[in-house]
Design a protein around this ligand. Structure first.
Ligand SMILES: [Zn+2]
Length: 85
């Protein structure tokens, strides 16, 4: 059997890169690592903030809204800095 090197390379590309220490960032601020094919994953809820685990009632915001809010905060801080100058 003739070994086709190109075929080996192509098969290698089919498999996604595996990250044994992929970073998971939750909308609540909790971060942890997990084995995944994605290097960085953003989630809306985790075991630390889910009401089922915490036993507390909590407003569950979607990640997009949280990000928008954070962006707004950053913009406010930048405006404050500019004013000082
Ligand atoms: Zn969380």
């Amino acid at each position: 059997m003739v070994i086709n090197y190109n075929m080996i390379v192509m098969q290698k590309d089919i498999h996604p890169k595996y990250y044994p220490n992929a970073r998971i960032q939750c909308a609540c601020g909790n971060a942890f690592t997990i084995g995944s094919t994605k290097e960085f994953i953003e989630i809306e809820i985790c075991s630390k903030c889910h009401p089922f685990y915490t036993g507390k009632e909590k407003i569950i915001d979607t990640l997009g809204q949280v990000q928008k809010f954070r962006k707004r905060l950053v913009r406010k801080e930048e405006m404050k800095k500019k004013r000082k100058k």
